[in-house]
Design a protein around this ligand. Structure first.
Ligand code: HEC
Length: 105
């Protein structure tokens, strides 16, 4: 009996180790909310900028995706956004655009 529960515990530990190794190799995709939070440092809380950087609140999902793709592929001139946009996958751009268009009013 003791031996059996010890084996089960060992198997559980192995499974946990395997799961944590898998997680380390491929981190879960960041949520749109987390991705969009990285924009607020420059564009202001909920995209409402108080300074010279344009506000990005109240835009449609399609507008944000288009702008980000144009920055990413250097079709739109920029000082910062071209470099910034290159760090995001197409899926991540869609996820952040959904969050911004849905919740940044
Ligand atoms: C380091 C500061 C910085 C960060 C962080 C940043 N931006 Fe920008 N963003 C700018 C600047 C500056 C511009 C003006 C274009 C340029 O010169 O790059 C801009 C322009 C834009 C525009 C075009 C707005 C317009 O009206 O033309 C969009 C859309 C945009 N950013 C989206 C984002 C999103 C989405 C994020 C988060 C993933 C983000 N930005 C993060 C600085 C930043």
């Amino acid at each position: 009996m003791i031996l059996r529960s010890g084996t089960a515990a060992f198997a559980a530990a192995l499974l946990a180790l395997a799961a944590s190794t898998a997680a380390a190799q491929s981190p879960p995709p960041a949520s749109g909310r987390t991705l969009a939070a990285t924009c607020t440092g420059c564009h202001g809380p909920a995209g409402k900028s108080a300074g010279s950087i344009p506000s990005i609140n109240g835009r449609s999902e399609a507008d944000i995706v288009r702008a980000m793709q144009e920055f990413k592929t250097d079709r739109r001139p920029a000082t910062v956004m071209n470099r910034h946009a290159k760090g995001f996958s197409d899926d991540e751009i869609v996820a952040m655009a959904k969050e911004i268009s849905a919740n940044w009013r």
